[in-house]
Design a protein around this ligand. Structure first.
Ligand SMILES: [Ca+2]
Ligand SMILES: [Ca+2]
Length: 301
C-alpha cells in the first residue's frame, strides 16, 4: 500500500467497520474542482483508456488549487478517489437471510474510458464464501457505476450495472440509470438520501439492480433478493490502477482478516492484481478491468 492509501486506511480506523457511511467523509460537494491538476507523468494511461489521456481531457474543470497526490497515475488525486468511492457507492442490499455475509468491497476509480468528464467506478464485492448451491471459498461479485463528479452523490450517479454469474448460463445483466432509454433505478435511503439499490442474491451473491430479475432467476439464485433494513456499510479499499496498483495484500492492507470474520486460509494475503482465482471464485484482476461494466452514459445530459 502506498503511503497515501495507508493514510486513508488509518483515517478510516482500519479495515474493521471502515464503511462507506463512516469513512467517506460524507457526500462530495458539487465542486467544480474534482480533478487533480496533479503531476502524473503517466499520460500513456491504462490499457482501458486507449492512451493519450491527460488530466485536462480526463476530467472537468481542473482547479489549480487541487494539488494532491495521484498515487495511481490516472489523473485523479487520491483524496478525490477515496471520497468518490465512498460517496457514490450504491445502496448494497444484502439479503437479510444470507448465510455468508462476511465481505468487503474493492474499488477502482478511473476516468471513464470513453466519456470526457465522467468517472467510472468498478466495485468488486468480495465475500469469504459462496454458501449457496455449488458453493465455494471466496466470492467476487462486480458492479459498475458511472458518475458525473460535478454533481454530489447520489444525484451524480448516472448509471449502475450489475452482472450476475458472469460468463455462465445463469448470467443476467441488469442496468439502471438516469440516461435516455435506461430503466430508472430502484432507490433506498442511505445517509438520508435516496441511492440506487444493488441486490446481491441470497448466499450466491449474484448482483442485480432489479429484484424481479433476481426473483426470476430462481434456479441459479434460490432464495432471491430482498431489500435490507439498512444500507450496507462495508470496508472499502481503493486498489489503484492495473499499471499502478495501490494494494497487493488484502490481509495486510485490506479487510481479509480473521478479525473481520474471514475463515478461509487460501484467501489470506490475496493480491487483487495477481491473475488467478479468489479461492474457488473468479479472477479479481480481470474483474477490475472488465469493460462489460463500463456503461455508455452518452444519453445522459
Ligand atoms: Ca489517481
Ligand atoms: Ca484510480
Amino acid at each position: 500500500m502506498k503511503a497515501e492509501s495507508a493514510l486513508w486506511f488509518v483515517l478510516c480506523g482500519g479495515a474493521v467497520g471502515c464503511g462507506a457511511v463512516g469513512c467517506g467523509g460524507g457526500a462530495p460537494t458539487a465542486s467544480p474542482d474534482p480533478a487533480s491538476t496533479g503531476t502524473t507523468s503517466d499520460a500513456g494511461g491504462s490499457p482501458l483508456d486507449g492512451g493519450g489521456r491527460t488530466l485536462d481531457s480526463a476530467l472537468p474543470e481542473p482547479d489549480a488549487a487541487v494539488t494532491g497526490t495521484d498515487s495511481d497515475h490516472d489523473g485523479i488525486d487520491d483524496a478525490r478517489e477515496n471520497e468518490w468511492m465512498a460517496a457514490y457507492l450504491p445502496y448494497i442490499s444484502l439479503a437479510p437471510g444470507d448465510g455468508c455475509k462476511t465481505h468487503g468491497v474493492l474499488a477502482r476509480v478511473s476516468p471513464h474510458p470513453k466519456e470526457k468528464g465522467r468517472v467510472m467506478l468498478w466495485y468488486d464485492i468480495l465475500y469469504d464464501a459462496d454458501c449457496g448451491a455449488s458453493g465455494h471459498a471466496g466470492d467476487d461479485e462486480m458492479i459498475g457505476v458511472v458518475v458525473d463528479p460535478t454533481k454530489a452523490a447520489p444525484a451524480g450517479i448516472l448509471a449502475v450495472r450489475a452482472i450476475s454469474h458472469q460468463g455462465t448460463p445463469c448470467e443476467h445483466v441488469t442496468t439502471c440509470g438516469q440516461c435516455g432509454g435506461m430503466t430508472a433505478c430502484t432507490m433506498a435511503s442511505r445517509n438520508g438520501k435516496d441511492y440506487p439499490v444493488v441486490y446481491p442474491s441470497k448466499d450466491k451473491h449474484g448482483n442485480y439492480v432489479s429484484a424481479s430479475t433476481c426473483a426470476a432467476s430462481f434456479v441459479c439464485d434460490f432464495g432471491g433478493c430482498a431489500l435490507s433494513a439498512a444500507a450496507d456499510a462495508p470496508p472499502l479499499v481503493n486498489v489503484g490502477e492495473p499499471d499502478h496498483p495501490l494494494v497487493h495484500d488484502l490481509s495486510k492492507d485490506g479487510f481479509v482478516t480473521a478479525a473481520n470474520g474471514w475463515t478461509h486460509a487460501e484467501l489470506m494475503g490475496f493480491d487483487p492484481w495477481k491473475p488467478g482465482k479468489f479461492g474457488g471464485a473468479g479472477d479479481v484482476s480481470k474483474d477490475l478491468v472488465d469493460p462489460a461494466f463500463v456503461v455508455d452514459t452518452s444519453g445522459c445530459p
